[in-house]
Design a protein around this ligand. Sequence first.
Ligand SMILES: [Zn+2]
Length: 221
Amino acid sequence: MFEESYRELRPRAPLPELRVEFFSFANVNNTIRLREGRLLVRLSDLLEGAPENVLRAIAHILLAKMYRRPVDGQRAAHYRRYVSTQHMSRKAHLVRQLRGRKQIHSAQGHSYDLDAIFEELNIRFFHGLLGRPQMTWSSERARNRLGHYDPAHNAIVVSRIFDDLRVPQFVVEYIVYHEMLHLKYPVKLRGSRRCVHPAEFQAEEKLFAQFEQAKQFLSRL
Ligand SMILES: [Zn+2]
């Protein structure tokens, strides 16, 4: 993609050696440098898995900036639209929480230990076969998001509001179990629509004995 973009901008110039890699910035950040005739490009790893036309857009933008050529407005707009989607801004927000701050949130809360809950559920439902991601209580007391699995950082984050002995253990277990199913069933693209909870996912979720009670508890929040 970068080669094609380069050709488009500088059809007659020789193609320099290119190194393009994804990099863990604390933000959606992309850099380009010219070092000893080599072009070094670092793309935010938040863009891993981005649609091809988004990656082509960022290739164009970086190279146009590097060689002081006009940036194509349509492609710039396309890239900006993608980065500002809710999906991306949530990802970026979480990354800032995980990487941007010094404080590392831990699995051990005041009332519940997410690592222990994960391990117990792993044996109860998955024959111990799931690799444990980073388990962490959220830094904020989010009410709109109970928990989520972030594949980019292989982390399960559970809202801190549940780290409370007034919340029954099976409710915390249910939230973790739900996110473990996301580990087991990665989000698939079906056509252009993201299928987040496929039928097998939903069927397996109901194997959790207190599924209904947990749902009921959560609906009263
Ligand atoms: Zn879900």
